[in-house]
Design a protein around this ligand. Structure first.
Ligand code: AP5
Ligand code: MG
Length: 191
């Protein structure tokens, strides 16, 4: 079983590359951002609460996202593993994920971290903001807040998995296909 974390700042290509990795390796997808946006679209209490945080570009509380992930790990028994996209985003989330997997006699196989210069992140997100209905892409100040959250709270997750020997960086500022090839090389080395 493959349990991959696709890691990186907002706009680094986690969602784009997740789709391609899932198609090639037959994995289930767990994107906390997509799950939260679905809750918002359905106007659930959880969605209304999360929207307040997401519109400002700040992280939703740990207990909310951990509960969301926990219930979904068992939903896809036929998958050959999972790709976690945008989760874990804090040290507490990383510890919770390790615990959830350990209880199922599983563990994270690899963390792949997409490295993209900040100017390119902002360019991509502003460009998407022109056509997407993602409220957090619409204002450059919110994009900056998201990147700041990444540095303040999420970068620590890299240290956690580096200490476990599971963290790899991948150049993420080439084309989508170039980045995908680099990611596949790392995944194929696991076999
Ligand atoms: P989330 O939905 O996870 O968003 P994000 O990480 O801020 O960033 P994106 O999803 O926008 O970027 P991405 O890396 O997936 O890149 P993408 O492939 O889309 O989180 C949103 C919010 O939800 C958070 O701010 C937080 O409030 C909350 N949240 C979510 N998870 C949470 C958690 N675990 N804990 C607490 N709160 C949580 O690409 C971006 C753009 O670039 C696209 O337009 C794409 O087409 C383009 N692009 C991709 N690759 C390339 C390339 N190689 N060249 C040119 N363009 C490219
Ligand atoms: Mg994404």
């Amino acid at each position: 079983m493959l349990y991959l974390i696709l890691f990186g700042p907002p706009g680094s290509g986690k969602g784009t590359q997740s789709e391609k990795i899932i198609a090639r390796y037959g994995l289930g997808h767990l994107s906390t951002g997509d799950l939260l946006r679905s809750e918002i679209a359905h106007s659930t209490p959880l969605g209304r609460m999360a929207k307040n945080f997401m519109d400002q570009g700040i992280l939703v509380p740990d207990d909310v996202v951990i509960a969301m992930i926990s219930s979904r790990l068992d939903e896809n028994p036929m998958a050959r593993g999972f790709i976690f996209d945008g989760f874990p985003r804090t040290s507490a989330q990383a510890a919770a994920l390790d615990g959830l997997l350990a209880r199922r006699q599983r563990e994270i196989s690899l963390v792949l971290s997409l490295v993209v210069p900040e100017t390119e992140l902002i360019r991509r997100l502003l460009l998407r903001g022109v056509t997407s209905n993602r409220s957090d892409d619409a204002h450059e100040a919110v994009i900056h807040a998201r990147i700041q959250e990444y540095h303040d709270k999420t970068a620590a997750v890299a240290d956690h998995y580096t200490q476990l020997g599971k963290f790899r960086t991948v150049k993420g500022d080439g084309t989508v296909e170039e980045t995908f090839d680099l990611l596949c090389t790392e995944i194929d080395e696991l076999d």
